[in-house]
Design a protein around this ligand. Structure first.
Ligand SMILES: Nc1ncnc2c1ncn2[C@@H]1O[C@H](COP(=O)(O)OP(=O)(O)OP(=O)(O)O)[C@@H](O)[C@H]1O
Length: 398
């Protein structure tokens, strides 16, 4: 049965108070160009400036490992270990400051009982079973230069982004996506090797329909919630700095039978899969399902698809969505997320930059921002702690 529901009524307002969660300290061991680092913070925004290649993004990446997945660069864990060390292990330890007290989180690649390196998660000193447990304590959102081509690039990247946004408010979403992909691989193999095994196919397609419709439901709900947060944060039209983005899901399916209204129906998807066996067998893959859908983003005021907007407009739309997502996560989780903005401020004109700083104030979350020029962050004044990053060391700026 399809049980996915991020929120039964996407238009409902949540009234719960929001807790402010900040990083009070962070320690790194053997993490990229940091042999070891220990940094105390005071809960304000964190501005990291320094020359290219000094280690600014690396620190943001370390913070991004406080969420499930492979961090903001999406690399294999062994790549993170500092090359010069000759070891494969690395560690990130963070103390969070929350209204209910400090929480100590640790993650990294550490040798297991058999000596092989495994990702470890520790929460308040105890080993946690999975990285999803981190989501009970902190949410981490980010915008990086690698995301600049999101609107013009492959649909698969937008789906991954969308799923990551769902994951930030529904920690079971990753399991559902993995289960769907596993079942789809099994179906593709069976169609190829034993297409007449209809009982097996029925069973696998039932699983695909269960997880596939749950994925589609969760994505559709996230989009409804995000559109609402976009309107609340930026106004119906958006501001001059952040034009409102309007999000939608497109089927992008070769079969009209799996159109948007039907996407959340498990029974319908199961029958589409059954009927589509000959065609999918000929194609060598499953042609219908949530793995073929796309996230559509439009520039609201211009009523134009994001991919056709200027580079600056695309950046403003992206940033507007990330901030709206921060608003949504605060509301749903009842606590502010950490927001990592890598090389974002330098690409904004002064009006947009000041609007960004104001929005961060409104959201109340702790942001980690990077750049090569410290002066553009001066308007943050007392709201931020400023640091210089240089060859794997981080020192406060006066
Ligand atoms: N596994 C590793 N071991 C050692 N050094 C590494 C490793 N991975 C990356 N580095 C180094 O880390 C350095 C800093 O990278 P980072 O991406 O943080 O720079 P940055 O300060 O964000 O620079 P930019 O302003 O150019 O974006 C790079 O010089 C890179 O060679």
């Amino acid at each position: 049965m399809n049980t996915a529901s991020i929120c039964p009524d996407p238009t409902a307002q949540l009234q719960r108070p929001v807790d402010r969660v900040t990083v009070a300290s962070i320690s790194l061991a053997n993490f990229r160009n940091y042999a070891s680092l220990s940094l105390g913070l005071d809960g304000k925004h964190v501005v990291l400036t320094g020359s290219n290649g000094s280690g600014k993004t690396n620190l943001l990446e370390a913070v991004s490992f406080l969420s499930p997945g492979r961090g903001l660069r999406r690399v294999a864990y062994p790549e993170i270990a500092r090359e010069q060390s000759g070891e494969g292990s690395w560690a990130v330890s963070v103390t969070l400051d929350t209204p209910s007290g400090d929480i100590k989180l640790g993650t990294g690649l550490q040798p297991g009982p058999d000596g092989s390196l495994q990702r470890r998660i520790r929460i308040n000193g105890a080993t946690a079973k999975s990285a999803e447990s981190l989501s009970d304590h902190v949410s981490v959102l980010w915008l990086t230069p690698q995301m600049d081509s999101l609107f013009t690039g492959a649909a698969s990247e937008r789906r991954k982004w969308l799923d990551r946004m769902v994951l930030a408010i529904d920690k079971t979403h990753g399991t559902r996506v993995n289960a769907f992909e596993k079942a789809m691989r099994q179906r593709n193999r069976l169609l190829d090797e034993a297409p007449h095994e209809s009982v097996w196919l029925d069973g696998i397609e039932a699983q695909m329909a269960e997880f596939g419709s749950a994925i589609a439901t969760a994505r559709a709900e996230l989009i409804a919630l995000l559109n609402r947060s976009l309107s609340i944060l930026h106004g119906e039209e958006g501001t001059t700095a952040f034009p409102n983005a309007v999000l939608d899901l497109e089927g992008q399916l070769e079969s009209e039978a799996f159109s948007r209204p039907a996407i959340e129906s498990e029974e319908h998807y199961r029958s589409v899969l059954r009927q589509g066996r000959p065609r999918d067998r000929a194609a060598g893959r499953t042609l219908t399902g949530p793995h073929r859908s796309d996230l559509l983003v439009r520039h609201g005021p211009k009523d134009m698809v994001a991919a056709k907007c200027s580079t600056g407009e695309q950046k403003a739309l992206l940033l507007g969505i990330v901030l709206a997502h921060a608003h949504l996560v605060s509301e749903r989780a009842g606590r502010t997320p950490l927001v990592l903005l890598d090389e974002v401020a330098a690409h904004l004109d002064e009006t947009r930059r000041l609007a960004l700083f104001d929005l961060l104030d409104r959201l109340g979350c702790q942001a980690f921002v990077t750049g090569t020029d410290d002066r553009i962050f001066l308007p943050l004044g007392e709201r931020a702690e400023r640091f210089n990053v240089s060859c794997g060391t981080i020192l406060p700026l006066e």
